[in-house]
Design a protein around this ligand. Sequence first.
Ligand SMILES: Cc1ncc(COP(=O)(O)O)c(C=O)c1O
Length: 350
Amino acid sequence: MEYAEIRSLLGKMPKAELGFFPTPFYRLDRLSKELGVQLYIKRDDFTGMSLFGGNKIRKLQYLIGDALSQGCEYVFTFGATQSNHAMQTVTACRRCGLKPVLYLVAIVEPDEEDIRANLLLDKILGAEVHIVDIQPGESKAEAEERSIRMGREHMARLEAEGHKCYEVPIGGASPVGSVGFIEGFTELMEQAEQMFGKEPDYLFHATGSGGTMAGLLAGRALKGAKVPVISINVSLKDDGYPKRCAALANESLKVLGVEPMVEQERDVRTDLNYYHPGYEIPSESASKAIRLLAETEGLLVDPVYTGKAFAGMLDYIRTGKVEPGSNVVFLHTGGATALFAEKEILGKLF
Ligand SMILES: Cc1ncc(COP(=O)(O)O)c(C=O)c1O
């Protein structure tokens, strides 16, 4: 499908304008020379509206657009206490006059006397924040499920009183949310073609909830693009994850009235080799990647998402899985607030 046709499909969706687009796309000159590839960066950390943008803004444009079109008053969402997604949802709500409510699992226990990073921003933005502590014997996943149950009970109480609520799933990973990355992929491809006259050879990004990947893969299928999308996992996932992401991509296409086009086996390329030791736990390779990018390009990535994905991409390049001279794009999905989070998250950077 041509770009204009894709844009016309996107144009039919309810949308809240929440950011500054297109985000910058440029070549990392020094790092390209050092690595022997043509390395480009797509700055979705610059989506806006607040100083701390990130990938969720693209999804939220369609999710908040949907909430507004349904006449909602409250928006509920979920995540960890340092969730970028939750913070970005709050900024989006504030921009549109909606009331944000967060149920956040304390994977890293916040210090009430020294609230930091995204949780600090949530508080400054005046979100209603409910912290859900992990109970003894409870896993992170169980605590997450409980937080969702608690949020839904809260929503039911508000609805019973006549207040319309909108639920945004963790990471904004829904068919409507992923439409934002059909748009993001289209924008990226147009910039790549303008910059070097063809598709990139590789596109790398960090994957968590899978919503970004689903949108990218849906956009890729819609355009008939061939670029491999390499999704570096930032947390442990079960074997069903790639299948669910492919299904989400197809559901997202369905929202636009398009038949399923994404095939898990052919299109999904996730990599679980770089998230260790775990989500929100720093790794030496991510710390090194953060320092390398900072020192060669004056550019910041974070220890939880983009640092791990960048470390993965560096490994692909250095071990020859990416051929020398290739055009490689790194999608910077944001997250720099983690550099100001609790030291357990930050790790040893210098
Ligand atoms: C900075 C950053 N990068 C990447 C991701 C992963 O995106 P997704 O949840 O769409 O897989 C997230 C999700 O929270 C994020 O905050």
